[in-house]
Design a protein around this ligand. Structure first.
Ligand SMILES: Nc1ncnc2c1ncn2[C@@H]1O[C@H](COP(=O)(O)OP(=O)(O)OP(=O)(O)O)[C@@H](O)[C@H]1O
Length: 266
């Protein structure tokens, strides 16, 4: 296939995630105001904007933690606007939080294993009727969890309690935990926040590795250096609206973006 045809083929693939005219009000405040965009399969899309722009609210809407006042959200072409968060996880949407909160007294591997979807052992009856199946699934989940810990460079801490981890290591653990559910897309909330420079390089590398495996990313980030290095495309929000869209270099030159960051509104 020619490069152009291949490119065209990619463009016609169904977006992993689509926001269509999404509005979210909190009383009189319009936190997200008629926002539309899509996330293409395999891309790393950045979502940036000044404080209070509506980025986290947009993530909450995409993940299903809150529902839109109006507008639609589609996951792999299926309308999920009114669907609860756990159902969207089942459809391949993973999300990390700005401040990860692992269960402190469980080991790293236990923290990851509890994220496995649809384990037979979760059903009491299955434990009695098909114990061999439960044991086989648990073994497979353990192997997968160990592989994921290796991927995020934490395998040496697999059997330590999560409370020993630094802030940056918690972000890596969270990435492994989300991967356990085999997501098609991961929403990353400020992966660089509170992370030291060395660990930040590890996080950037790991996101790239995971993306090469075919997983799509949408990330909120204030660290513009990270956004420029990682993101194929960037969306800019300000005052609840989508202000600009393009490569990191393109949006950085957009006078509306410069104005929004300097304190003006769009
Ligand atoms: N539950 C809520 N109730 C009322 N107002 C809210 C609620 N959640 C968010 N807001 C308001 O919506 C607006 C957008 O907030 P949001 O947290 O989405 O911005 P943000 O772009 O993520 O900001 P930051 O970069 O500072 O995290 C803000 O004015 C905020 O005060």
């Amino acid at each position: 296939m020619s490069e152009a045809a291949e490119r065209q083929g990619k463009e016609t693939r169904v977006p992993v995630l689509t926001a269509s005219n999404v509005v979210r009000r909190f009383g009189g405040l319009v936190a997200v105001n008629d926002v539309s965009f899509h996330v293409k399969p395999g891309e790393i899309l950045g979502l940036i904007g000044p404080n209070g722009a509506g980025k986290t609210t947009m993530f909450d809407l995409l993940a299903g933690s809150i529902l839109p006042t109006s507008g639609d959200i589609l996951l792999n072409g299926t309308r999920v606007s009114g669907e609860a968060a756990h159902l969207r996880i089942g459809r391949g949407l993973g999300r990390t939080f700005q401040i990860p909160r692992p269960l402190p007294n469980l080991t790293l591997i236990e923290n990851i294993m509890i994220a496995a979807q649809g384990q037979a052992g979760e059903k009491l009856l299955a434990n009695f009727l098909t114990p061999w199946r439960v044991a086989a699934q648990e073994k497979a989940a353990r192997t997968k969890a160990l592989d994921l810990l290796e991927l995020v460079t934490l395998s040496h801490l697999a059997h330590e309690p999560a409370r020993v981890l630094s802030g940056g290591q918690r972000k890596l653990l969270e990435l492994a935990r989300v991967m356990m559910a085999d997501p098609a897309i991961i929403l990353l909330d400020e992966p660089a926040a509170g992370v030291n420079a060395t660990l930040l390089e590890v996080i950037i590398d790991r996101i790239r590795d995971i993306n090469v495996r075919g997983i799509t990313f949408l990330l909120i980030e204030h660290n513009i250096d990270m956004v420029t290095r990682l993101c194929h495309r960037v969306l800019v929000m300000a005052s609840g609206q989508l202000l600009s869209e393009g490569t990191a270099e393109e949006v950085a030159r957009d006078p509306r973006v410069i104005d929004a960051y300097l304190g003006g509104t769009a």
